[in-house]
Design a protein around this ligand. Structure first.
Ligand code: FAD
Length: 380
């Protein structure tokens, strides 16, 4: 993949930051399930949030390929940190595309992490099938009244502002949903307990409940009734981000496995001399590179304004499955040590699993790929 001087500079800056600042604390963040506020402050100063936000709105204005490069490097340090970057990219993309000037003015505090945000679609009865959401916003005078609840929302335990998908017209199906910007310190908002997860444990995930929450007219983002389509329209980019995150996890596993294979001795030799171990390493490197190229190719399609839906789903599906399989191989290279808490590969294997579930499950990615193939042909 052709990378410009700027791509390489930004990637190397993110790589150095991941090596020097993120990776050394990843084990502690995972163990303590800690929200790394100080680390995010440093990232904000380096401009690592809101990568695609235009300069006129206070961002660096980089392309999607740069975003993918940054996500891989941050995730190589620790996936929870990359996940925060991905969340801010989604929210800022929504604001850039659909926000009023007053709403876009929120970007400054969001990108500096003074205001922490959450992106709220999922409900108990609406996971993959977003059309099942029951949260409602009913027009009231000039504003709205919000009722309902969301689950498994990234940042919910710490967020100040939520971007909430709610039903505004019960009869209009997917055209009856709208997005609202909700101050989570308002009366009527309660937070559920923080969830304890298998992996990406520094990401704070929980529920939000809304009971007669009063919203002003300025809380509506974009056109009423267009919320579903607006949320879906940022998913291509979101999938590239999660695919890059999956590549970063697997890359960290490969690096750890190569180092360990060179150090560990059995039968009087380094285990790296055994072909069985070499093949594990070779397959890891091969599949990581294949996933990386799928991710970068999908990102370039977005940047060129081409139809990128199939490419983004293929990248997310392949990279997520690859990350689970190849971090399992990293555990295998470590033998029993790979199964013990405190060894990086044990965490990486746990961190990889969610990449098959969030941002659209792997089953849904396959449905999208098949739908695009059957609609547009096998050469599309
Ligand atoms: C750690 C974490 C962080 C999250 N962060 C957020 C967040 O910030 N904001 C947010 O809104 N949500 C978030 N989610 C929710 C996440 O997006 C959902 O879990 C995901 O969309 C799947 O929904 P579900 O869990 O209800 O599974 P379900 O939709 O119940 O699916 C269960 C199984 O059925 C399969 N399935 C469903 N429908 C079909 C079909 N038509 N064909 C074939 N198979 C199908 C699925 O692939 C899956 O294997 C998060 C979840 C987790 C665990």
């Amino acid at each position: 993949m052709y990378l410009t001087e700027t791509h390489l500079q930004v990637r190397d800056m993110a790589r150095d930051f991941a090596d020097q600042v993120i990776r050394p604390v990843a084990e502690e963040l995972d163990r303590e399930e800690k929200f790394p506020a100080g680390l995010y402050d440093e990232m904000a100063k380096l401009g690592l949030f809101g990568i695609g936000v235009p300069e006129a709105l206070g961002g660096p204005g980089f392309d999607t390929l740069t975003y993918a490069l940054v996500m891989e490097e941050l995730s190589r340090g620790y996936a929870s940190v990359a996940d925060q970057c991905g969340l801010l990219e989604l929210i800022s993309t929504l604001l850039v595309r659909h926000g009023t000037p007053a709403q876009q003015a929120l970007l400054g505090d969001i990108l500096s992490m003074k205001t922490k945000v959450a992106y709220c679609i999922t409900e108990p009865e609406a996971g993959t099938d977003v059309s099942g959401i029951r949260t409602t916003a009913v027009a009231d005078g000039e504003g709205w009244i919000l009722n309902g609840g969301k689950i498994w929302i990234h940042n919910a335990p710490v967020a100040d502002l939520a971007f909430v998908l709610a039903r505004t017209d019960k009869e209009a199906g997917n055209r009856g949903m709208s997005i609202f910007i909700v101050d989570l310190h308002s009366a009527g908002v309660t937070r559920g307990p923080k969830e304890h997860k298998m992996g990406q444990r520094a990401s704070q995930v929980g529920g939000l409940d809304f009971k007669d929450v009063r919203l002003g007219a300025g809380a509506l983002l974009g056109q009423p009734g267009r919320g579903f389509h607006m949320m879906m329209s940022v998913l291509d980019k979101g999938r590239v981000g999660i695919a890059a995150l999956a590549v970063g996890i697997a890359q960290a596993g490969l690096e750890a496995a190569v180092d360990y294979a060179g150090q560990r001795r059995q039968f009087g030799k380094s285990i790296s001399e055994f072909q069985g171990v070499q093949w594990l390493l070779a397959d890891m490197a091969r599949d990581i590179e294949a996933a990386r190229l799928l991710v970068q190719s999908a990102a370039v399609k977005i940047d060129r304004g081409e139809d990128a839906t199939k490419a983004c789903s293929m990248a997310k599906c392949f990279a997520g499955d690859m990350a689970v399989q190849r971090t399992a191989d990293a555990v295998q290279v470590f033998g029993g040590s790979g199964y013990i808490r405190g060894f990086e590969v044990e965490r990486l294997y746990r961190d990889a699993k969610i990449t098959q579930i969030y941002e659209g499950t792997q089953q849904i990615q396959r449905m999208i790929i098949a739908r695009e193939l059957l609609k547009k042909g096998a050469r599309s």
